[in-house]
Design a protein around this ligand. Structure first.
Ligand code: CA
Length: 242
């Protein structure tokens, strides 16, 4: 079940919602249907979906307004969102994308196109490989077996440190802010402070031992996992002197 992405379909026309839901279900997704902004918000409050398909024209609050609201909200801003609409002209398309939609599908659409766009948006949002081993500079992580090793020595990590390392290794050499790490690693947790990230990074470094230096602090920006850690000048000088 865990690998079936949850898709929230916000659409007031039952025939279209049903068509979308049936196709999603037959293609390995878990669709939920909300027919207006109020029930959509209720679904979102209960659990964050992996993706939202949002109709523009809804009774009550419009899809565009909902998209803006979700994008402005810390908890929902990273959820991939595709707008559905009969309004196909360029100005509307731009308005949809400006509101924070990741993509835009004009009605009428083929279910093939819909599925292709859903998959493409999900791929863009979760580039980390699942169930595969990642190896960077002797540090290896196997998400299928939950094993981490450095230079063939097995390492013991807590579950959060494992998730954190998995994310960092899946997006190596890139700098991630504490807020981004909270979104990606902790996910659906609203009340966690950014300082929590620092605590787990510290634990992760300790657990990694000699490979701990690969988790770099980027001053004023966040953290990065790198294959080539920068050795502090003082330490390097000492090493040369000694
Ligand atoms: Ca509609």
């Amino acid at each position: 079940m865990r690998n079936m992405p949850a898709v929230l379909v916000v659409e007031d026309e039952p025939a279209i919602a049903e068509l979308i839901a049936v196709n999603l279900r037959h293609n390995g997704f878990r669709p939920t249907w909300a027919m207006d902004s109020v029930s959509a918000q209720r679904e979102i409050d209960a659990a964050l979906p992996d993706l939202i398909l949002l109709d523009w024209m809804l009774p009550g609050e419009s899809g565009l307004s909902l998209a803006k609201r979700w994008r402005a909200n810390e908890r929902t801003k990273a959820v991939p969102l595709i707008m559905l609409t009969a309004r196909g002209d360029e100005a509307d398309r731009v308005a949809g994308l400006d509101a924070g939609a990741d993509d835009y599908i004009s009605k009428p659409f083929s279910t093939k196109e819909l599925l292709a766009r859903v998959r493409a948006v999900l791929r863009r949002h979760s580039p980390e490989p699942t169930g595969e081993a990642i190896v960077i500079a002797g540090l290896s992580l196997d998400s299928a077996t939950h094993r981490v090793a450095f230079a063939d020595q097995a390492l013991k990590l807590g579950p959060t440190e494992f998730k954190l390392l998995h994310y960092l290794m899946g997006h190596a050499e890139r700098v991630h802010s504490r807020g981004q790490l909270l979104d990606k690693v902790w996910g659906d947790h609203v009340y966690i402070e950014e300082r929590t990230v620092d605590v787990h990074v510290k634990r992760l470094r300790e657990a990694l031992g000699a490979a701990g230096a690969m988790v770099e602090t980027v001053r004023g920006a966040g953290y990065r996992l790198t294959a080539k850690p920068v050795v502090p000048v003082a330490v390097a000088a000492k090493a040369m002197a000694g």
